[in-house]
Design a binder for this molecule. Structure first.
Ligand SMILES: Cc1ncc(COP(=O)(O)O)c(C=O)c1O
Length: 458
């Protein structure tokens, strides 16, 4: 029987976590009188829904009110600077306002922001995407959520199959049909969904990541249009694929005529060409959002030659009318200008080499401290994306990842890091290295983590 010890999280007594949280909350407030005042005054509008509701889910006593961000540094309205390892949770993975992107935005801003017609940048971007990620045919959307929605539609259209399959613990944006979970081995709607009255499990199968026999059984009926997955699960505590998992996934999908959609929105941290190119994956459909235009809202989705041909044939025979895909502001010239600058001048081999080197340094530093203080934690990395997890590892699937979350402990650590000049992503312990991140910032994060670990373990 699995007995959960509710008096501790991540091996640390809850009383000690509460003490740390209280002390750090006081330090946070003291350093931010202007922010407290401004957020207090704006509380009604703020908590009424603007900005996004999840901005109030940060573990800090109140949100950090940003004055400006440049490179890998954020300055708040009280003049506090933070080494930023959250980087807009990936939207700014290549740094805040990279110079080539800022220049492209300035240039395009005097030439029209949206016109429902292509620009020369659009032609260049098509070739760059093909060369960089390997798929021959591309479309543009504004968010990774939309890109995933549109690719799933294409998958259903060309296969004529109604269902999709996801892995437990997945997140692909607010795509309704991916919002399912396994609970005690049974598929359910993801807990907490607002205004969702449908049983999403009717159209979506779900199995654990790294479980090829379960996948084989779920695809056997040949009614699944598409498996959608990240190559590494990054939206629960990070889960790496077992050796051979991707080969098995590709073989099972091919054997059953199921399409494979690889969502690289986070794993583009792996290196040039994302996880797909670095590890020789062969997806039928491919999605990348967030940092692809350096922080300007844009996403891309790609199709293999075979899927594109089948989709063209489908379009020739389907009844005329609106496809249900595309949005008015998608594929606007500002997106293309920013995307071209990002692909040509920011997402480069040289920048990735810098990111990889510093991410390795960070991972080694965290491991050293975890082991020094004998904490039952581990760290994991996919290229420039590093995570520490307050539970033993490695984790093999989304179910284990969910159990590994230590919400109180993580919240205390996040605020303590902010008070030591470091910002990491909320909701999990994810840290990103950008081309602008410095060795000094990485060492600051390691020493802040060391200090907090020492206090917790004392
Ligand atoms: C893997 C993955 N896909 C898609 C999305 C959705 O991105 P967006 O919120 O920009 O639509 C996310 C967001 O976190 C993500 O992590």
């Amino acid at each position: 029987m699995n007995i959960v010890d509710t008096s501790q999280q991540g091996g640390i007594a809850l009383s000690r976590i509460a003490e740390l949280r209280e002390r750090e909350a006081k330090v946070f407030r003291k350093a931010r009188p202007k922010s407290a005042d401004a957020v207090g005054k704006g509380a009604e509008g703020y908590f009424g829904g603007v900005p996004m509701h999840w901005m109030k889910d940060w573990p800090t006593p109140f949100p950090i009110l940003v004055d400006k961000a440049k490179g890998a540094t954020i300055t708040d309205v009280d003049g506090n600077t933070l080494a930023d390892f959250c980087l807009g949770d990936t939207g700014s993975m290549f740094g805040h306002s990279p110079a080539p992107v800022a220049h492209a935005i300035r240039r395009q801003s005097s030439r029209g922001l949206t016109y429902m017609l292509p620009s020369e940048d659009a032609l260049a971007v098509g070739l760059l995407l093909r060369e960089r990620f390997g798929l021959p045919h591309w479309q543009i959307a504004t968010t990774a959520t939309d890109a995933n929605r549109f690719t799933l539609r294409v998958a259903r259209a060309v296969t004529g199959r109604p269902k999709i399959l996801v892995f437990n613990g997945c997140y692909h944006g607010s795509v309704d049909e991916t919002m399912v979970r396994l609970k005690d081995g049974k598929p359910i709607n993801r807990p907490g969904l607002a205004g969702e009255f449908r049983d999403l499990t009717e159209a979506t199968r779900i199995v654990e990541f790294n479980d090829l026999p379960a996948l084989e059984a779920a695809l056997r009926d040949r009614d699944v249009a598409c498996v959608i997955t990240e190559p590494v699960l990054t939206n629960c505590c990070m889960v790496l694929p077992d050796p051979g998992f991707h080969d098995g996934l590709r073989k099972l999908t091919r054997d059953t005529g199921t399409l494979l959609l690889i969502d690289e929105t986070h794993t583009v941290s792996t290196g040039l060409g994302a996880y797909t190119s670095r590890h020789g994956l062969e997806p039928d459909l491919f999605v990348l959002g967030k940092p692809v235009a350096g922080g300007v809202p844009a996403s891309v989705w790609g199709m293999s030659e075979d899927v594109a041909a089948r989709y063209e044939a489908y379009n020739r025979t389907k009844e005329p009318g609106y496809s249900g895909m595309g949005t008015t502001l998608s594929a606007n010239p500002l997106q293309f200008a920013a995307m071209r600058a990002t692909l040509e001048e920011v997402m480069t081999e040289k920048n990735y080499a810098h990111m990889e080197r510093l991410a390795g340094r960070l991972e080694a530093g965290l491991r050293r401290e975890i082991s020094k203080h004998k904490l039952p934690w581990h760290s994991v990395r996919v290229g420039a994306r590093v995570e520490f997890i307050c539970a033993p590892g490695p984790l093999r699937n989304g179910g284990e990842a969910e159990d590994a979350h230590a919400s109180e402990l993580e919240a205390a650590i996040h605020v303590a890091l902010v008070n030591r000049g470091v910002l990491i992503a909320p909701f999990h312990n994810m840290m990103l290295i950008s081309p602008a991140t410095t060795t000094k910032q990485v060492d600051l994060l390691i020493s802040a983590f060391a200090d907090i670990a020492a206090r917790l373990a004392a």
